[in-house]
Design a protein around this ligand. Structure first.
Ligand SMILES: [Zn+2]
Length: 149
């Protein structure tokens, strides 16, 4: 199956055609809450342009996304008080580069057993194995990270 911006849920979020709990928006990137956070406060930062692989982004765009993740990560530390703030890039879910910013309460939270599902041939990581968080809670998380409350 071909993936391009016309069939990309993240591009739909950027266009305002799909729901998201927005934390940050500027002329190069947008940040919004992860629908299936391991812990409350998990969000992602994505470029406004449709680029599949994080490694294909121009240096200045990749750096900007990391800095936005870092700034919001400081707010995450204040609001949610995790032990650490982790960054994860894998791209297996949506083929539009995204930096996951993850509140870590335990070293295992970076790849949790909650993400592991059994298959016919063994096991695999499935991020949709974690339950979806209610939109109202995601909106409240976004407001807390923005500093609205
Ligand atoms: Zn896209």
């Amino acid at each position: 199956m071909k993936h391009d911006s016309a069939h990309c849920v993240f591009c739909a979020i950027i266009a305002g055609d799909a729901p998201a709990s927005i934390v940050h928006h500027d002329d190069r990137c947008i940040a919004f809450m992860n629908l299936r956070p391991l812990h409350a406060g998990e969000f992602m930062v994505i470029p406004l342009v449709h680029i599949d692989h994080f490694t294909d982004m121009p240096d200045d765009l990749a750096a900007h996304i990391m800095v936005v993740g870092q700034r919001l990560g400081r707010r995450m530390m204040q609001v949610y008080a995790p032990k650490r703030v982790g960054y994860v890039v894998h791209g297996f879910g949506v083929p539009h580069a995204h930096l996951n910013v993850v509140p870590l309460r335990d070293s295992g939270d970076i790849v949790s057993a909650k993400h592991i599902v059994r298959t016919d041939t063994g096991f695999r990581i499935a991020h949709d194995a974690v339950p979806m968080r209610e939109r109202a809670d995601l909106d409240a998380d976004a407001a807390r990270l923005r500093g609205d409350q």
